[in-house]
Design a protein around this ligand. Structure first.
Ligand code: F6R
Length: 253
């Protein structure tokens, strides 16, 4: 069953997510975390960096698994999710490099690499998976229509995503056409999930995820089948929800 937490703004959403993250860390210093990239977790990562720098939280025993990575983009490229994670989180906490896992989009045998990544997650079950949500309801790179039983795999990026990304790359041929993503089943195997949604441009996706019928057409709606999922949204992202209809899922922040 989903628990829904509606907060006032992006800062409060990030604080709430950080509270849950740090609580997990305190309860088990060897916790395994699943992590997203994107704009949404930036302030969460900033708070975690502060928790290390200012308040002495110890990240030395945690392990992490990132949700996704572009195919064919080197880890050193500024648009890679590797680069993003080091720049925004890993360079600022005392996590051990051997415990950081991010799919390798330049692996020589991508399918084999995906299977190995999936197996590694199954042998190191994720205690807390953090997710963002796409405007079309995607989670990771699981676009609408992704099967509920999908595992880590190579997916083709949508024409829209390829177009949107073009501005970040020097030439057209460098724009990634594919990505590696954890599957829906991989994500659902986490013990606890928090999904973060902020801003008016996520309102339709949040509405579909929570109030439409559960369907592969809105991958995030499949999370409602998970026994321990928290959806944290700010007021703007929650603006299309009918609070009277969903009151039994609302948890006070
Ligand atoms: C990124 C990821 C994506 C994003 C989603 C939201 O690793 O898995 O599903 O979480 O596209 O992106 P932002 O946060 O940039 O709105």
């Amino acid at each position: 069953m989903a628990h829904i937490i509606i907060v006032g703004n992006y800062q409060e959403l990030s604080n709430k997510a950080a509270d849950i993250f740090l609580q997990q860390l305190k309860s088990n210093p060897k916790s395994v975390f699943g992590l997203p990239t994107g704009e949404t977790p930036l302030e969460l990562y900033n708070i975690l960096a502060n928790a290390y720098r200012k308040y002495g939280y110890d990240f030395s025993q945690i392990s992490t698994f990132n949700l996704d990575e572009y195919v064919g983009v080197k880890a050193t490229h500024k648009q890679s999710y590797h680069f993003f994670m080091y720049k925004n989180l890993f360079n600022h906490i005392n996590i051990k490099k051997v415990n950081i896992h991010i799919p390798d989009g330049c692996a020589s045998d991508l399918n084999r690499h995906c299977l190995a990544y999936e197996n590694l997650i199954q042998t190191h079950p994720i205690d807390l998976q953090i997710l963002g949500i796409g405007r079309n309801g995607h989670i990771g790179f699981n676009e609408p229509g992704s099967p509920a039983d999908s595992i880590t795999r190579v997916v083709n990026l949508s024409a829209q995503t390829i177009k949107d990304n073009a501005r970040f790359f020097n030439s057209k041929k460098d724009v990634p056409q594919q990505a590696i993503t954890m599957g829906i089943k991989t994500i659902m195997s986490a013990k606890k999930i928090i999904l973060l949604a902020s801003g008016q441009n996520k309102a339709e996706a949040v509405y579909s995820m929570i109030e439409s019928k559960i369907s592969e057409q809105c991958p995030a709606s499949l999370l409602r089948n998970h026994p321990n999922v928290y959806i944290i949204t700010d007021n703007s992202a929650a603006s299309l929800l009918h609070k009277n209809k969903i009151s039994k899922y609302l948890v006070s922040s």
